[in-house]
Design a protein around this ligand. Structure first.
Ligand SMILES: [Zn+2]
Length: 79
């Protein structure tokens, strides 16, 4: 079976952007993209200023903590 989708069988990743706003706030946005685009993106951006690595358990714990804090952060899209 063939497909016309050049990304069939590739993994998905999340591209995230954090924009510092003039009022001190931060706008976070993310997009699902194909994992095959990562090498070109990394090459274009150069070495990251910050990087972190979390286990699945750590990532889930962080997500739960963020959701449980009543900070008034407006979440849109996704889950
Ligand atoms: Zn792809």
């Amino acid at each position: 079976m063939t497909t016309d989708d050049p990304h069939a069988g590739h993994g998905d990743v999340t591209l995230a952007l954090a924009e510092q706003l003039p009022d001190g706030g931060v706008l976070y946005q993310s997009w699902p993209i194909c994992a095959c685009r990562l090498p070109a993106l990394r090459e274009g951006l150069g070495p990251p200023r910050h990087q972190s690595l979390a286990t699945r358990e750590q990532a889930e714990a962080t997500g739960r903590a963020v959701r449980e804090v009543n900070s008034g952060v407006k979440l849109e899209g996704g889950q």
